[in-house]
Design a protein around this ligand. Sequence first.
Ligand SMILES: Cc1cc2nc3c(=O)[nH]c(=O)nc-3n(C[C@H](O)[C@H](O)[C@H](O)COP(=O)(O)OP(=O)(O)OC[C@H]3O[C@@H](n4cnc5c(N)ncnc54)[C@H](O)[C@@H]3O)c2cc1C
Length: 325
Amino acid sequence: MNAAALESIARELAAGGICCERAAALKGRTTFRLGGLCPLLIHCERPEQLGQAVDLLHCTGTGFELIGGGSNLLVSDDGVDCPVICYATGVPEISHDGLELTVSGSTALDAVAGYAVEHGLGGLVNASGIPGTVGGAIVGNAGAFGWQVGDALVSVDLLTRDGGRDTVGPGALGFSYRDSQLKRTRQIVRSAVFRMPGTDPAADRAERQRILDLRASKHPDLSVFSCAGSFFRNIEPTSAADRRQAAGYLLDKAGAKAMKFGGAGVYEKHANIIIKDSDDCSAQDILELSRMMAAAVHERFDIELMREAQLLGDFDDAGVASDRA
Ligand SMILES: Cc1cc2nc3c(=O)[nH]c(=O)nc-3n(C[C@H](O)[C@H](O)[C@H](O)COP(=O)(O)OP(=O)(O)OC[C@H]3O[C@@H](n4cnc5c(N)ncnc54)[C@H](O)[C@@H]3O)c2cc1C
């Protein structure tokens, strides 16, 4: 896209109070800390800003990508050649009326979990410590300990890429394990309403602390290790009698913890977590290592792993199906 058009978009957004960065490094916006540049990074913290930015991009015929907290993303070393909206904020936008809680899609999921605990609302304690935004969590139906974000939703306020708005209930979002229809429709989660069961704050506070401690003992500290959490989805049961199989278990048995490719390696405590293991690690290294790991599981168990982490931008030979390893 031409520089003058981008400059004009950046100026108009800045005049509306929306901060834009030219030739921005996307790696600073992801927990993998990898990936190239985008021509324009548009920071939207509040739903109104998101609406303004999407309207302008649509009116100018400008395609764009959208990211939240960047905690489930592998960005190409070549970056992306269109503007990227980053819909995330460090200032939670949360309110509640009785047991209904309304939150912007840009708010950190963990901040909502903390808010719900402190206000005796319950319902989101299992989300404690999951990185990323509410929007990212709804799109990927994030969850932990048998709970998924779709379980607690009342409605979602969506924005289409042409600026249209719609409010839908969870039934319209086609939630399943780590998946929703939003991955295909590419609608944007502007805000969401959750219904809470109500609880005793003291008990929930203790449970939240227990979960945060447990996660700290199992997951990499993001200030030390760069990763996107579990790289592969767990395996769906093939019959009602089967249980979901942990991809980490299969990967461990297939010898993944010892695998490396270029600067990419595997977290020593969890075979399903790929980490940036050295400064010269590239995003392509991560993808290549993931392929080696998936091939090892296929060879040993005849099971195809599916990627949970989302790719953004072009990779060498990324494969046909978006979630294929
Ligand atoms: C250390 C670590 C631990 C983790 N633990 C867990 C866990 O326990 N459970 C779990 O489920 N996940 C876990 N994850 C993965 C990740 O935190 C979740 O997938 C999270 O919900 C992603 O949210 P995000 O805002 O970072 O999304 P991003 O990574 O920014 O984006 C992911 C996808 O969502 C889309 N998206 C983002 N925001 C919106 C929006 N507002 N509207 C529409 N689309 C949007 C993007 O376009 C992209 O396709 C972990 C990750 C890390 C690094």
